[in-house]
Design a protein around this ligand. Structure first.
Ligand SMILES: Nc1nc2c(ncn2[C@@H]2O[C@H](COP(=O)(O)OP(=O)(O)OP(=O)(O)O)[C@@H](O)[C@H]2O)c(=O)[nH]1
Length: 211
């Protein structure tokens, strides 16, 4: 029997608690949104197959999961329990909440965490989620755009609630991973420059930015 997909890519979402990682995954995989907040204690990964460049790409998506523990001095700390998944991820999505400045500042720490835990060639993507809450915005898109450029990664503003840019963000990451794996095999890079996607996809951006 023919395989139902051409490639399987494992993606991981990281970012502060409450920024909307689980909701983004559920919106992407099930096209659903629930505003009741239950902090992740172990949603399993979700799966969706997308069509990219004529290939069927099965995306297996998982949020970073933490647990609290006490260190030897009795201080409460948290620790990832998905370290193995971190290493196996081919794409990592860094998420902050546009209404929460701290979650944006912490992106630098999450970048460090990727360096320490993930595979060297992992593709990264920055998302500013909850862009439906414009009135409560604390992080300007220019700040995030600058950060993304400094790290050479793409940036979208998304809303899991209104579904803005969610498919676009996941597909763009999958496309980058696909192009990278192809170029690794052929020895040259087909990855379009970051600015190229910006113009072609801008029509989908609605009020949220896609830079
Ligand atoms: N307005 C709005 N609220 C959102 C959006 N995404 C998530 N939320 C809300 O934000 C809260 C946290 O969302 P989660 O998806 O559970 O956040 P998380 O990052 O998985 O949190 P942890 O599991 O604690 O790591 C929930 O109340 C969601 O309903 C969004 O795009 N817009």
């Amino acid at each position: 029997m023919a395989k139902a997909y051409d490639h399987l890519f494992k993606l991981l979402l990281i970012g502060d608690s409450g920024v909307g990682k689980t909701c983004l995954i559920i919106r992407f995989a099930e096209d659903n949104f629930n505003s009741t907040y239950i902090s992740t204690i172990g949603i399993d990964f979700k799966i969706r197959t997308v069509d990219i460049e004529g290939k069927k790409i099965k995306l297996q998506v998982c949020p970073e999961i933490f647990h609290f523990f006490r260190d030897t001095a009795g201080q409460e700390r948290f620790k990832t329990i998905t370290t193995a998944y971190y290493r196996g991820a081919m794409g990592i999505i860094l998420v902050y909440d546009i209404t929460d400045e701290k979650s944006f500042e912490n992106i630098q720490n999450w970048m460090k965490s990727i360096k320490e835990n993930a595979s060297a060639g992992v593709e990264r993507l920055l998302l500013g989620n909850k862009c439906d809450m414009e009135a409560k915005r604390k992080v300007q898109r220019e700040q995030a755009d600058k950060l993304a450029r400094e790290h050479g990664i793409r940036f979208f503003e998304t809303s899991a609630k209104s579904s803005t840019n969610v498919d676009e963000a996941f597909s763009s990451l999958a496309r980058d991973i696909l192009l990278k794996s192809g170029s690794r095999r052929s020895g040259n890079s087909n990855k379009p420059p970051i600015t190229e996607l910006k113009t072609s996809d801008k029509k989908n951006a609605s009020k949220c930015s896609l830079v």
